[in-house]
Design a protein around this ligand. Sequence first.
Ligand code: MN
Length: 160
Amino acid sequence: MLKSLLIALALGALLAVVPVSGQAQEGYTVIKNGEIPSHVGKGDTFTGTVRREHFFRPTEDAPYGVSLVTFDPGARTYWHTHPLGQRLIVTEGSGLTGTADGKVWEIKAGDVVWCPAGVKHWHGASPTTAMQHLAIHGMKDGKMVDWMEEVTDEQYAGKK
Ligand code: MN
């Protein structure tokens, strides 16, 4: 589902950079596929192998970010909060997400998570299955996330 959406977006972008007629509106921007490289998550914010695609950079006029994040089996974020909250849309596979009260949820493709502002949490793949989600979060005072400590194996297993 997501792949066809991305292909449709890419085709739309191709058409948009070759306007059939008219002049470009000032500020109207097309970011071409590959212009922003993929990132492998850093060791002080992710456990295991995590790849992140940032589709665009937040700006003052549009202060929000969207990224596509792919977690290998067992991989997950560190504990963190979002100053304006975060929505996760699981696009492939199955995974887990947990909150500081020790609760852990199973999440699967098609599930949508809302994390309110300031709620300490983590998200990642299941121990045996990869998981991919879109992450949508607003920017406040230049930040979209505040990182904390690593999620232990016990916390990941729901045994706080
Ligand atoms: Mn989060």
